[in-house]
Design a protein around this ligand. Structure first.
Ligand code: UD1
Ligand code: UDP
Length: 386
């Protein structure tokens, strides 16, 4: 449904909790919260900016979530400024019409930045899921570091996923009552999907690495270098596979296909749907990725991750020994990947028994905190939520 007219919004409950999401990772991480809000019988409106169109729809379908409002904003090769302008204007209209009790958004995307700002302009409280992550470098990840700082500065209620993120917010001046440690909802989503995961196998290969790459700061030379390293490794180890679901951004997709197409041990594909992706992650020997979500999922599936970035806002995986920050220097990427391809002991050393990112109960904690703060006249749904 599109929200092109005020009439189309009139049936939506005024004073609801409005959940805003736009990209694949937001859909994955907000789905457990939306399902828990609905299960609790709390008035909930789901608004999608559709900053991502195809990547988003697969996830919403899997979790059987139908947005109440779909702004359908994605344009091919969209600019950050263009997207921001469209998002902010449309969200403002929706918020004016619904007068939400609060707006909830997740993470560090353009969508969450605009949701926090549009809520602030209407003096509606904003609650931030996955709050308090910081790389310490405003240029990396770009523009996500800025987006989460801004969303955090505008938020009334913060849901940090880890103790370190909670402490960061405390150091920034957030009061304890507004700073609620929840765990990361990505683990809730993984548990919901887990019954359907079947570890993938790459026929004819003794193992394989799962590769993903999409961050803006890696466009250009880093994408070219990393793709070349994967090609060289694939040629050197013909019995070892590489599975690469390629992000649809043309800045990544075209180059990856041109460089790697035709190699028997490299499987390039369109983005996998979420359950398929988790199946590919759970069957791999290690992941090679610049993704935030993959860093969080890998420990639960006991998979090492080589992080293709120069800094990370997710130090917990590094500290637990399951993730290694290899950066984007092609020699370092080649050396570390080669070690994991050839040395099973090195891989075994990079696993952990317990995920540092959560226990699968984050959404119950978030819903309880939202109910208490913004809908205190509603019946508690999770009486024994922590
Ligand atoms: C966005 C987020 C990033 C998140 C990533 C997850 C921002 C600034 N960045 O980056 O934090 O890690 O999503 O994937 O919000 N496209 C399609 N179909 C889709 C999705 C994307 O064709 O379903 C193509 C379009 O050409 C689009 C481009 O990818 O213009 C980039 O999408 P965009 O949302 O601007 O940025 P991402 O790099 O995906
Ligand atoms: N993912 C997916 N299909 C893919 C690649 C990733 O479903 O082909 C999922 C993955 O399980 C994780 C999320 O997308 O939960 C990560 O999204 P992405 O890497 O695009 O963004 P980030 O986490 O870096 O913001």
């Amino acid at each position: 449904m599109s929200a092109s007219s005020r009439d189309s919004l009139e049936h939506l409950p005024r004073g609801a909790i409005v959940c805003v999401l736009g990209t694949r990772p937001e859909a994955i991480k907000m789905a457990p919260v939306i399902l828990a809000l609905k299960a609790a019988g709390l008035p909930t409106v789901v608004v999608t900016t559709a900053q991502h169109r195809h990547l988003l729809d697969q996830v919403l379908e899997l979790f059987a979530i139908t947005p109440d409002v779909d702004l359908d904003l994605m344009l091919p090769n969209q600019t950050l400024a263009g997207l921001t302008v469209r998002c902010l204007a449309r969200l403002d209209e929706i918020f004016a019409q619904i007068a939400p009790a609060c707006v909830v958004g997740q993470g560090d995307t353009t969508t969450v930045f605009c949701a926090a700002l549009a809520a602030f302009y209407r003096q509606i409280p904003f609650a931030h899921v996955e709050a308090g992550l910081r790389s310490g470098n405003i240029h990396s990840p770009f523009p996500e570091e800025w987006n989460r700082i801004a969303a955090g500065r505008l938020a009334a209620l913060h849901f940090p996923p880890t103790e370190a993120a909670r402490r960061t917010l405390t150091a920034e001046g957030v009061a304890d009552d507004d700073n609620i440690l929840t765990g990361n909802t990505v683990i809730d989503a993984l548990l919901i999907a887990s019954r359907r995961i079947a570890p993938y196998r790459f026929e004819g290969m003794r193992g394989y690495a799962l590769v993903t790459l999409h961050r803006r700061e890696n466009f250009g030379a880093p994408v070219r270098d990393i793709t070349r390293v994967v090609r060289e490794l694939a040629l050197k180890h013909p019995d070892f596979g590489f599975v690469w679901p390629v992000h649809p951004n043309p800045n990544v997709r075209d180059h990856v296909h041109e460089t790697l197409e035709g190699l028997a041990n490299v499987r390039l594909s369109a983005p996998l749907d979420y359950v398929e992706f988790l199946s590919a992650l759970s069957g791999c020997d290690f992941a090679l990725s610049d993704s935030g979500g993959v860093q969080e999922e890998a420990p639960s599936l006991k998979k090492p991750v080589l992080v293709l970035r120069t800094e990370t806002e997710r130090p917990e995986g590094i500290e637990a020994g399951v993730a290694r920050l290899v950066g984007i220097d092609p020699e370092a990427v080649r050396r570390e990947a080669e070690r994991l391809i050839t040395d099973a002991d090195a891989r075994a050393l990079m696993t952990t028994e317990r995920s540092p990112y959560g226990d699968g109960q984050a959404s119950a904690r978030i819903v309880e905190a939202l109910r208490r703060r913004y809908l205190s006249d509603q019946t508690p749904a999770h009486k024994d939520a922590p």
